[in-house]
Design a protein around this ligand. Structure first.
Ligand code: GLN
Length: 486
């Protein structure tokens, strides 16, 4: 077996037993990245020197004894997480030259856990998009089919893990940006409960929705990484001070007796028939594993897309006001005066989708429209959260599709934002309610993977991961890799 097909547990075990060194492991992945990246465009920065330095440190720690469990395990970070001394572009011309003077908490925690940084991954500009086509650095391609999108906004991280260029990669999920790309490239991806993972140093898009999480081949691999990332952070005021469970230790929790809820509203119009059939087959598998299947209803959920596209732009218009060409980031050439500096720096630094969001957000927050749009959306958000609360009284876990269709053609939706936005119809609800949710591979349509989404109650990460693990013990969808990257 080659090193890139190892699970995280097998990598950690091989490193501990000195079957290979962290430096050899880093070299193995760096070579894969350097050969595949010109085609996939999954990485915007490859940190070869940093990776080798991290790996040497991990090898020394292993030699001394007492090294952390993940010492020497290579990972990649979405380019939205600030990394001390390494460029953090957020997929934007605005931050093309930005080098943060500090590490995001997630970066710091994963470094302390002994991981080796391979590089920073491509993403939709400021995490706005569902196809990774809004990046200033060009689109990422889906390793299963180079003519298809990998999903977004964490498309680079997803493609990197799918092509086994990294065993795991971080992502962020504001409306589906971990789960949807995980589904479209056939890997596992978990968005934790809002507040579970620190947002400190994670460039803000929509602060009440953003949450960092992880991509890996399997739920078990995700459990190792999530355990290292999660936990209270006094530097993030929305971080929750509650102990982090032993996600790995609890993976074996049986599915028997688990009440799995099917949200009626998620199985209607707009869902591709072949996707629906694979989701149904997965539900049958859970039934055979001893789960009890119940139907639940979330009547306000169909309003999640319009609600999100008021709340998220409103928050982004405020968050992105800091990029003014004065303090950091892009500055236009030869401004006439201060106003010209602001206008041209923002006009030239931001791409079309980001501008569309800023304009929408500014509009819905403006005095005359605040009540009609923003306040109304906040009310609907509460209705959606209440729907989920009721659903979780009847069910322990909700199961549904992640994305209405498999990966679509590059270029096919870029000029039609509404169609693009509708991609997130099954994922946005969890963000509006702050719930943890995960996508795992559940089959293929032709040569393209399909994802199954598991949504849990607040702080139900362990329940999600163990249910996903039970599914992956019975299936091998998560082990399939695109032929070109086997
Ligand atoms: N696709 C959604 C959007 O464009 C969600 C993005 C995300 O989760 N960051 O806003």
């Amino acid at each position: 077996m080659s090193l890139h097909t190892h699970s995280i547990a097998a990598l950690a075990e091989g490193l501990a037993a000195r079957r290979f060194s962290a430096v050899e492991l880093a070299e193995h992945f760096l070579k894969r990245i350097e050969s595949a990246n010109p085609r996939l465009n999954a990485f915007v920065t490859i940190t070869r020197e940093r990776a080798l330095a991290d790996a040497r440190r991990a090898d020394e720690a292993r030699a001394k004894g007492g090294a952390p469990r993940l010492a020497g395990v290579p990972i990649a970070h979405k380019d939205i997480f600030c990394t001390d001394g390494i460029r953090t572009s957020c997929g934007s011309r605005m931050l093309d030259n930005f080098v943060a003077p500090y590490d995001a908490t997630v970066v710091e925690k994963l470094a302390r856990a002994g991981t080796v940084l391979l590089g920073k991954t491509n993403m939709d500009e400021f995490a706005m998009g569902s196809s990774n086509e809004t990046s200033y650095y060009g689109p990422v391609r889906n390793p299963w089919d180079l003519a298809k999108v990998p999903g977004g906004s964490s498309g680079g991280s997803a493609a990197a893990v799918a092509a086994r260029l990294a065993p795991a990669a971080t992502g962020t999920d504001t409306g589906g940006s971990i789960r949807q790309p995980a589904a479209l490239v056939g890997i596992s991806g978990i968005k934790p409960t809002y507040g579970r993972v620190s947002r400190y140093g994670m460039i803000a898009f929509a602060s009440s929705l953003d949450q960092g999480g992880i991509f890996a081949a399997s739920a078990e691999d995700c459990a190792y990484l999530l355990h290292a990332m999660a936990g209270f952070d006094p530097r993030d005021s929305t971080s929750v001070d509650s102990p982090v469970p032993d996600y790995v230790g609890e993976l074996g929790t049986p599915v028997k007796g688990l009440r799995i809820g099917l949200v009626k509203e998620f199985f209607g119009e707009g869902l591709d028939a072949a996707t629906a059939a694979l989701v149904q087959a997965s539900i049958d598998r859970y039934r055979r594993l001893g789960a009890e299947i119940v139907e639940v209803s979330c009547p306000s959920l169909p309003l999640s897309v319009p609600t999100y596209y008021v709340v998220a732009p409103a928050e982004c218009s405020s968050n992105l006001s800091r990029f003014d060409g004065v303090r950091f980031g892009y500055r236009c050439e030869n401004p006439k005066d201060l106003l010209d500096l602001y206008k041209r720096s923002r006009g030239e630094g931001f791409g079309a989708e980001v501008k569309r969001r800023i304009m929408t957000g500014t509009y819905v927050l403006s005095a005359g429209y605040y009540d009609a749009y923003y306040l109304k959306a906040q009310k609907v958000r509460t209705l959606i959260a209440n729907d989920f609360r009721r659903a979780f009284a009847a069910a322990d876990l909700l199961v549904c599709p992640t994305s209405p269709t498999p990966a679509f053609d590059l270029g096919s939706k870029v000029d039609d934002p509404i169609t693009m936005y509708l991609n997130d119809i099954y994922t946005i609800g969890a963000n509006l309610a702050g719930l943890p949710a995960m996508s795992i591979p559940c089959g293929f349509i032709g040569h393209l993977p399909v994802g199954l989404q598991l949504i849990g109650p607040h702080f139900g990460e362990s329940r999600i991961l163990s249910a996903a693990h039970a599914f992956q013990r019975e299936t091998d969808w998560h082990r399939r890799t695109p032929a070109a990257y086997a």
